[in-house]
Design a protein. Sequence first.
Length: 136
Amino acid sequence: MIIVHYMADHIYKTKVYYEDTDAGGIVYYARYLHFIERARTEMIYDYFKLNHRQLRDQFNAIFVVRECNVKYLKSANFEDHLQVKTKVIKKSPVRLNLLQEVSRENETLVTAQVELAVIDSNGSVSKLPNDLLEKI
């Protein structure tokens, strides 16, 4: 059963550091994956009130990226303040589908559609317990 769920955006704020940029001060394209990964991690911490180690140890649940489709619209630059919005657009006990947007002020720079799968510590497909799923 797939549950379509619309909720408030989760917001993660970050700043562009020198290490995130190329020689011209423009954010290197792969660094956006770091930004959206951190945003997803913080979303999980905020909604579940658990970290990834606790999810694994208490529920034998591990999130892995199954698919990621990224669109680069504009570049961020050294010392920009960025915001990553994460929205759960679909959820089921075995998957979460997210829309993530990296923006600077009100300007969208990058969008990513990300599908997370739930596996157990053996790498097999697993299900998120209902009480956790309801927190998302």
